[in-house]
Design a binder for this molecule. Structure first.
Ligand code: ASP
Length: 430
């Protein structure tokens, strides 16, 4: 009995991210070795995704209300403006990097297009409609649908109203508002506790997800697309190192890139495993609070917003895939066409949800815009579960990098605690 307990204690003493990392690699390898039988593990992985989804809306709702306690509407406007600006600029940079790398690697040369049936084009989301839809018709409906943008909107208005009442209401109302804030704070903390519990289960969940996806796809299906997967991997790596680490974290924030990576590793691994930025939100928020030491007033707003409107990896993939599609039919994209990709995709990524596979839907829009064969969507659909992981990991890292920058600009981050003070992060940058 005591031996069992000490084994468990030993297991728990290994940092969670290593246990998850090993589960990820082991799952992938066993999936490739044992093939289709491993898909039976899928329900264990689905359980992990459901657990995370369970806490997305409550965590967004509670932390945003708490955030509003410390934000005046004008400060919120300033933070909102900065956040959207950085999100859009980093997305545009991501697409340019994607296009540049794909121009060099020509990922589709040497392949012939085998079609898999008719693919319907998807319309670009109308930007006005996206804006009008932010206001929920029905608050409970917004929660029930898991609509993050609508939940953000309601939580902000409710939080501001509470903060105003706490200042100006009658004595009773002031007390009531304070009680609600205290309650909400407790609820938010409880949600974070649940997230860490879910991550403990994540070791099994992630093992199952990886075993199942590689069991299904198999090496033979992946090999012809090696150049496409390689190009996207290269583009994602370059964007993370150049834009996030060098420019944002070292250049603007003035901190160690290793410390940042240590602070966001759980979110990155989760995104890689579940391929949904919205689903990863609870983990990104825990990382922002407990590791990056960012104040709730910033991350409670910027992260849910980022999970819905900021998709650097997804946008970058459109550039890579457009060139891949052009290669397949022996064409090249003109500079004008490549500019179209940058514009369409930057706008489209704002209106596309951070859920598995949405990047593939966006691709049908981009290809239509460029007059390239839509069949390419069907052609790459088989390996999308792999490409999607890279895109989502990039999306989530981008949300956290911009959040760190906005927090720094608004003095809402504590660099004397958390990952920023661990050994190897000292003295890298003044
Ligand atoms: N799965 C991605 C996300 O959730 C979107 C995509 O690229 O398909 O961020």
């Amino acid at each position: 009995m005591s031996e069992q307990r000490s084994l468990w204690a030993k297991y728990r003493s290994i940092p969670l991210v290593y246990r998850i990392g090993v589960a990820f690699v082991l799952g992938s390898i066993l999936g490739l070795i044992f093939g289709d039988t491993m898909t039976r593990l899928q329900p264990l992985g689905d359980l992990f995704i459901r657990l995370l989804k369970m806490v997305v809306i409550p965590i967004v709702f509670f932390t945003l209300i708490m955030g509003m306690k410390r934000l005046t509407p004008s400060k919120l406007g300033k933070i909102g403006g900065q956040t959207v600006l950085f999100y859009v600029v980093t997305t545009a940079i991501a697409i340019v990097i994607g296009l540049f790398i794909a121009n060099m690697t020509s990922p589709g040369v040497g392949l012939t297009l085998k079609t898999q049936g008719e693919i319907a084009a998807k319309e670009a989301p109308n930007i006005m409609k996206v804006i009008v839809d932010i206001v929920p018709k029905n608050v409970v409906g917004a929660f029930a649908d898991g609509n993050v943008l609508q939940t953000i909107f309601f939580a902000i208005t409710f939080g501001i109203a509470l903060a105003v009442l706490q200042e100006n209401g009658s004595e009773n109302i002031q007390k009531g508002a304070e009680t609600i804030f205290n309650l909400v704070e407790t609820c938010a903390e409880a949600m974070f506790k649940i997230v860490w519990g879910i991550m403990e289960y994540g070791v099994i969940g992630i093992f199952a997800l990886m075993a199942s996806v590689f069991g299904q796809t198999g090496v033979n299906a992946i090999l012809p697309f090696a150049k496409l997967i390689g190009s996207l991997t290269l583009a994602v790596t370059v964007h993370i190192i150049l834009t996030y680490l060098l420019v944002i974290i070292i250049g603007f924030v003035g901190q160690s890139p290793l410390a940042f990576l240590r602070g966001v590793k759980d979110a990155m691994l989760t995104a890689l495993s579940i391929r949904s930025s919205s689903g990863t939100l609870p983990v990104s928020m825990s990382n922002a609070e407990d590791d990056l030491m960012i104040d709730e007033s910033v991350f409670s707003f910027t992260l849910p917003l980022g999970a819905t409107i900021n998709m650097d990896g997804t946008a970058m993939y459109q550039g890579v895939a457009a060139i891949f599609a052009a290669n397949l039919i022996g064409q090249t994209l003109t500079i004008g066409q490549q500019m179209t990709v940058v514009l369409t995709t930057t706008l489209a990524s704002i209106g596309t949800a951070g859920v598995p596979g949405s990047g593939l839907i966006m691709l049908s829009m981009v290809l239509t815009q460029l007059g390239l064969p839509l069949e390419v969507v069907g052609f790459v659909a088989g390996i999308d579960p792999i490409l999607d992981r890279l895109r989502t990991m990039n999306n989530v890292t981008g949300d956290l990098a911009v959040t760190t920058l906005v927090a720094k600009l608004n003095n809402a981050i504590d660099f004397t605690k958390g990952v920023w003070v661990s050994e190897d992060s000292k003295n890298i940058v003044g």
